[in-house]
Design a protein around this ligand. Structure first.
Ligand SMILES: Nc1ncnc2c1ncn2[C@@H]1O[C@H](COP(=O)(O)OP(=O)(O)O)[C@@H](O)[C@H]1O
Ligand SMILES: [Mg+2]
Length: 250
């Protein structure tokens, strides 16, 4: 089967600074992969390469078999900051990939409204970003990511700025959205519990330049719940990851 995403020996550097070296991994269709790494380790750079916003210095990136040449409609993305346009309503922010209301078809508008309901905001369509809490804004971001029903999801620490309770709720919401229609996902975080609540596979990216240090399968049953964090298998894996992480981040 053609991988949803394949990286082959990818390297990248900014002038005078090598950020990534020899990064190779593939994501199968429907597989949820979490990249875990210390800050400054090149995680956002990796996502920007996959999103077609940066070009690799070496190696190859393929989405569904085709070389990445720029942003694609079948890839949905969420950033750490909500990146909502303050002068547009929640609905119009969900419609951003379709060119807002005027550019959007009736089908897209209906889908945007459905997605707002699916992320727990059935009544927020006409609210402006200033009227939304941080968690609500990221819910709008998740809805926007799903507008064109993408086969590949890219998420760059989307919940890192939220308080702990909201963050956990959002993590479980993301799992629920993904379980209702599993698709390839590449989720970046520096939180071990978040990684283990979401991942089919965890990849540790660390070092200077950043390289893959660990690529482990996470076989915890789904749906994962807050109670999953009390599961001995969860704790064992969290501890093993923490050791790897401390080792490579030191
Ligand atoms: N536009 C840029 N120009 C030069 N260096 C950059 C740029 N963006 C990021 N970097 C550097 O690349 C490294 C990796 O950054 P980044 O991918 O954002 O890491 P992470 O997301 O893991 O925190 C950091 O050292 C950062 O300072
Ligand atoms: Mg980052």
């Amino acid at each position: 089967m053609t991988p949803a995403l394949a990286l082959d020996d990818v390297g990248f550097g900014f002038p005078g600074r090598k950020v990534l070296e020899g990064v190779s991994f593939a994501i199968a269709p429907g597989e949820f992969v979490v990249v875990l790494g210390p800050s400054g380790g090149g995680k956002s750079t990796l996502l920007r390469l996959v999103a077609g916003l940066l070009e690799p210095s070496s190696g190859q990136l393929r989405i569904a078999g085709a070389e990445v040449r720029g942003p694609r409609r079948d890839v949905g993305m969420v950033f750490q900051k909500p990146t909502l346009l303050p002068w547009r309503t929640a609905l119009d922010n969900v419609l951003l990939p379709a060119g807002f209301s005027r550019g959007a078809s009736a089908t897209e508008r209906a889908r945007a409204q459905e997605l707002l309901a699916a992320v727990g905001l059935p009544d927020a369509a006409s609210l402006y970003p200033a009227q939304l809490s941080g968690g609500m804004a990221q819910r709008v971001g998740l809805a926007r990511m799903l507008l064109h029903d993408p086969d590949l999801l890219l998420l760059d620490e989307p919940f890192a700025a939220l308080d702990a309770m909201t963050r956990e709720r959002m993590t479980l919401l993301l799992q629920e959205l993904w379980l209702s229609r599993p698709r390839a996902a590449l989720f970046v975080t520096h939180s071990i519990p978040e990684a283990l609540l979401l991942a089919d596979r965890v990849i540790v990216l660390a070092g200077r330049p950043g390289r893959i240090q660990v690529d482990w399968r996470v076989d915890l049953p789904r749906p994962r719940r807050p109670e999953t964090m009390a599961d001995p298998a969860f704790n064992e894996m969290a501890l093993a990851l923490r050791r790897e992480f401390d080792l490579v981040a030191a």
